[in-house]
Design a protein around this ligand. Structure first.
Ligand code: ADE
Length: 241
């Protein structure tokens, strides 16, 4: 799944320019049984299968070294502490139970040095993995996909394009939706008339103040109509003392 994603467009260029290194690993490589099983039935019964803890802990240990045993004997509830990995390392579990992903989170992750994405499959993962290893649980939206691979690619794309040197123009990035808490205004290119549809006159006027005003108004109207929640969030932030 990742080969195609990593070999095109922005991601390909970022890798070729050595601005980022990305590798995908299969948890099956960290199993010890004949069937290379990564899942098992949940204790207490219930539908579906869960991801087993052992391949995940061993994969993390291969990357980041030995994980210390939990303090206090290590009962599941007593050991409820994420391992303190070296600073700027994150272990991200992609799950519909996670915190909704947004541009702010992308910016936060782009400042970390090493990200590992655990792509969930089946009904979920043994809770000890979450308690002990996971630093972030992220959802890309209120819907359920068959696995965390596509969600991980969504997050990786949003993060990598923020890395210095990846995108052509730094200015175009910071001007985009969400950094400004507004959706983008409509844009047009040539021809000025196409199949009877004309580009708004103001954009052809050369009057930059008027163009700026028009764009701001369009962005606000579009945001009000499609995403009033964004404007409300902004309002309540401004009202907080
Ligand atoms: N895995 C399955 N569905 C998901 C979602 N909506 N977000 C993140 N990971 C997922």
């Amino acid at each position: 799944m990742f080969d195609s994603f990593l070999s095109h467009s922005m991601m390909k260029r970022a890798i070729e320019k050595k601005l980022v290194r990305i590798s995908a690993r299969s948890l099956r490589d960290f199993t010890r049984d004949r069937h290379k099983s990564c899942d098992d039935k949940p204790f207490g019964g219930g539908p579906g299968m869960l991801m087993k803890p052992e391949p995940i802990f061993e994969a993390v240990e291969e990357l980041w070294g030995r994980i210390p045993a939990p303090a206090g004997g290590g009962s599941a509830s007593g050991g409820k502490k994420t391992v303190h990995f070296a600073k700027r390392r994150r272990f991200i579990y992609m799950t519909p139970q996670g915190v909704p992903f947004d541009q702010r989170k992308a910016e936060d992750l782009s400042r970390s040095r090493h990200l590992v994405f655990l792509c969930g499959r089946y009904e979920g993962v043994d809770q000890r993995v979450v308690d002990r290893l996971v630093t972030d649980e992220i959802s890309i939206g209120d819907y359920v996909l068959t696995g965390g691979e596509v969600p991980a690619m969504v997050v990786i794309d949003a993060v990598v394009r923020l890395l210095k040197g990846v995108m052509g123009s730094e200015a175009s990035k910071s001007f985009e939706s969400f950094s400004h808490n507004l959706l983008e205004y409509p844009q047009y290119t040539r021809p000025a008339t196409y199949r009877g549809m004309r580009v708004p006159q103001v954009l052809l006027s050369g009057n930059h103040r008027e163009i700026e005003r028009w764009r701001k108004e369009e962005a606000v109207q579009r945001t009000l109509k499609r995403r009033p929640d964004i404007l409300k969030k902004q309002e309540s932030r401004q009202c907080t003392p």
